[in-house]
Design a protein around this ligand. Structure first.
Ligand code: GRF
Length: 218
């Protein structure tokens, strides 16, 4: 008989603004048993979008807090209220096209993840895949990182690399990066949900890991 699952459930709040392929990949990973002990508590959007309707079709709890024409503080207060009402443990930004204020970030310390389609710190900001393509890099990729007060900047949980092919254009490259994003986000959530890590400075490391200069006395 299999041992019962004893880990406490980690409740995700997924923030979206667009097509929602990363959100759907996370939902699929949960359905297919690749994220044991993880559940989507709520999907929140700042605008009507494909991701939000997909959540509705999948009967996943969802909310929209429109950002256009509203003060940032007011809209963020609504999002925070919804996250708290749904007892969210871990916030996952999945194509959420809003910068979060330091106050918002402080409300979930080291509990907000973002996925970015470049190997950070290269090419932060918009159109990262096009930036990488135009720069002529030979290896591109994606990064899942904790969110801090700077854009695309916090401690890196994991990265996946994608070779840039001679035959690529920026769209073909972006498609291959996206396929890696879908794998990366699930893996990063699994690692963070396990709680088995430490953040040392900017470095995310498995708990108890010692570098060569950090051996204890025998
Ligand atoms: C992804 O490329 C992600 O890395 C970036 O925004 C895009 C969102 O795509 N932050 P989707 O909405 O998850 O399909």
């Amino acid at each position: 008989m299999e041992a019962a699952h004893t880990k406490p459930i980690i409740r995700l709040g997924i923030l979206v603004s667009g097509r929602g392929s990363n959100f759907k990949a996370i939902a699929r990973s949960i359905d297919e048993g690749r994220l044991p002990g993880v559940k989507i508590a709520v999907v929140i959007s700042n605008a009507q979008c494909l991701a939000l309707s997909a959540a509705g079709h999948m009967a996943i709890n969802n909310a929209v807090h429109i950002s256009k024409g509203r003060a940032r503080a007011e809209q963020e207060a609504d999002v925070l209220r919804t996250l708290r009402a749904n007892h969210v443990d871990l916030v996952c930004l999945a194509g959420y096209m809003r910068l979060l204020s330091p106050e918002f970030v402080a409300a979930f310390p080291h509990r907000i993840l973002n996925i970015h389609p470049s190997l950070l710190p290269a090419f932060p900001g918009l159109d990262a895949q096009q930036q990488a393509f135009d720069y002529g890099v030979k290896v591109a990729g994606c990064t899942v990182h904790f969110v801090d007060d700077e854009l695309d900047h916090g401690a890196i949980v994991l990265q996946r690399a994608v070779p840039v092919l001679e035959t690529d254009d920026a769209h073909a490259l972006a498609d291959r990066i996206l396929a890696e994003e879908h794998i990366a986000y699930t893996e990063a959530i699994d690692r963070v949900a396990s709680g088995d890590y430490e953040i040392r400075g900017r470095r995310y490391v498995k708990a108890g890991t010692r570098g060569p200069g950090e051996q204890g006395n025998k």
